[in-house]
Design a protein around this ligand. Structure first.
Ligand SMILES: [Zn+2]
Length: 237
C-alpha cells in the first residue's frame, strides 16, 4: 500500500487526491469529526457556488454558510426553507453538530475545535487552505428571508492536528484569498512557472510568508510543481 503523502496548505489537488489524503470519500461539504478524526469543511466562493462562504481579514477568517436540507422528490426547494438544526427524528444535522461544537468552544468546555478546510477553485480543482479553529456559530436571516447557519473560523497558528506538521510548514498556514488564487491560476495558466508541469501544483509565496511576503497580491504568489517547490524551499531553509 502506498503511503499517503501529506498535503500542505496551498497544494492544488484533485477530489480523488483529497479523499485519498483524508482516507474517506468526501461527498458532503460538512464533515464533523469523520471517523473520530479532525473535522473537514469544503468551501467554494466561486460564482454560482451553492453557499455564500466568505473570506475576511485578509484570509485569516472564514465565514462558512451552513447547508440546506436534502432535495427530495416532491419536497420543497431546499433554498426556500430554513437550514435545520435537527433531523426529523431529532438527531443533530451536520449544521447542528458544528453549531454545538462552536458553542462548546465559546463556553470554554473545549479549548479549540480544529477544522481542515479545502476550497474548490474550479471544476475538479481543489486547494488545501490549512487548519482553522471553529470559534463561533449563529443563525441569521438570509436575504431570501429564511434562516441560515454561519460558522466563523480563524486560521489556526498552532501545529496541524493528527498528521504532525513540521515547524517549517507553519508559515504557510495562512490562507491565500480566493481572488488572489484565481488571478494567479489564470496568469500562470494552471502550470508550474518553471517547467510548465500541470501535476502536483502548489500556490507558492515568492517571498515566503515567514519573511514578510504577503498572501494578498498575486504578484507575490506563483504556481510551482512539487519538484520546483521543494527545490526552492530547500534553498530558503
Ligand atoms: Zn516545475
Amino acid at each position: 500500500m502506498a503511503t499517503r503523502s501529506r498535503i500542505r496548505p496551498g497544494d492544488v489537488i484533485s477530489h480523488a487526491r483529497m479523499c485519498d489524503a483524508e482516507g474517506i470519500m468526501l461527498q458532503h461539504g460538512m464533515n464533523y469529526r469523520p471517523g473520530g478524526r479532525t473535522s473537514i469543511l469544503l468551501m467554494s466562493v466561486r460564482r454560482g457556488a451553492p453557499y455564500e462562504d466568505q473570506t475576511l481579514d485578509e484570509g485569516r477568517v472564514l465565514i462558512y454558510e451552513g447547508h440546506d436540507i436534502a432535495r427530495t422528490r416532491g419536497g420543497p426547494d431546499p433554498k426556500s426553507v430554513d437550514q435545520p438544526m435537527h433531523l426529523p427524528r431529532g438527531r443533530l444535522t451536520r449544521n447542528g453538530r458544528f453549531f454545538e461544537a462552536a458553542q462548546a468552544v465559546k463556553r470554554g468546555k473545549v479549548a479549540v475545535e480544529l477544522v481542515k478546510v479545502y476550497e474548490k477553485i474550479r471544476a475538479g480543482i481543489w486547494v488545501y487552505n490549512g487548519v482553522f479553529g471553529l470559534v463561533d456559530a449563529w443563525q441569521e436571516r438570509s436575504h431570501h428571508g429564511r434562516s441560515v447557519f454561519k460558522f466563523k473560523l480563524e486560521v489556526h497558528e498552532g501545529a496541524a492536528p493528527t498528521d504532525s506538521a513540521s515547524p517549517r510548514d507553519l508559515p504557510h498556514n495562512r490562507m491565500i484569498p480566493t481572488a488572489v488564487k484565481l488571478e494567479v491560476w489564470k496568469r500562470d495558466g494552471g502550470r508550474c512557472v518553471k517547467c510548465g508541469s500541470t501535476k502536483n501544483l502548489h500556490f507558492d509565496h515568492d517571498v515566503p510568508f515567514s519573511k514578510g511576503g504577503t498572501s494578498l497580491t498575486a504578484a507575490n504568489i506563483q504556481l510551482l510543481c512539487a519538484k520546483h517547490n521543494i527545490q526552492k524551499r530547500d534553498k530558503i531553509q
